[in-house]
Design a protein around this ligand. Structure first.
Ligand code: HEC
Length: 163
């Protein structure tokens, strides 16, 4: 091979290397800016998930007592979804690991709903409520004391079953 051909091959190789470095650099800066945007994206805090759980916990009581099993089933599933969300989105909060302690109580509420059994519903609801407080105690938030509600949380929703 002629010397000049060898040289131009070498130059071409250098150029392509340089291009490669440029596109790697571009990719890295795109990743960095995406990471920055992601870190600023809004996500609800643990307190907001809890405030949501509080509403469903209250509605669940009135639905179960009214033997409105479809609504009770809906409310307990909303609580289950919130637990999944806490486990997915609140990983950096150490307390989130404890949220699974609700599962046995939730199983028992679900069972009562399936059986359409008000007595079982009431006792499993107390089990659920005690577990809320056990976790609040465990994570030093026991000043957030949860109890069985006296009045429905909203006046614009019907808790009685249609039938
Ligand atoms: C991980 C264990 C854990 C479990 C289980 C748990 N909580 Fe909480 N809860 C917390 C923590 C931690 C906070 C404080 C969140 C914060 O930093 O804002 C809290 C806060 C709250 C608040 C205060 C929110 C406010 O805006 O005043 C309410 C209400 C609440 N929880 C209701 C419940 C109910 C109802 C249950 C049961 C169905 C429950 N929690 C189960 C850990 C738990």
């Amino acid at each position: 091979m002629k010397k000049s051909t060898l040289l131009s091959c070498f130059i071409a190789l250098l150029a392509s290397c340089n291009q490669q470095t440029n596109s790697t650099y571009q990719l890295q800066s795109q990743i960095d800016s995406l990471k920055q945007r992601l870190s600023k994206a809004y996500k609800p805090g643990l307190g907001e998930f809890m405030a949501g759980i509080q509403v469903h916990h209250a509605k669940l009581w009135f639905a179960g007592n009214a033997e409105n099993w479809k609504l009770a089933d809906f409310e307990i599933h909303e609580i289950m979804e919130a637990i999944d969300d806490i486990q997915q989105y609140e990983v950096e909060r150490s307390e989130s690991k404890e949220v699974a302690m609700l599962l046995p109580a939730i199983d028992s509420v679900n069972h009562a709903i399936e059986q359409k059994n008000v007595t079982e519903f009431k006792s499993s609801y107390i089990f659920l409520t005690n577990t809320c407080n056990n976790c609040h105690k465990a994570v030093n938030y026991d000043f957030n004391l949860i109890k069985i509600p006296d009045t429905p949380p909203y006046s614009n929703q019907v808790f009685k079953s249609e039938k």
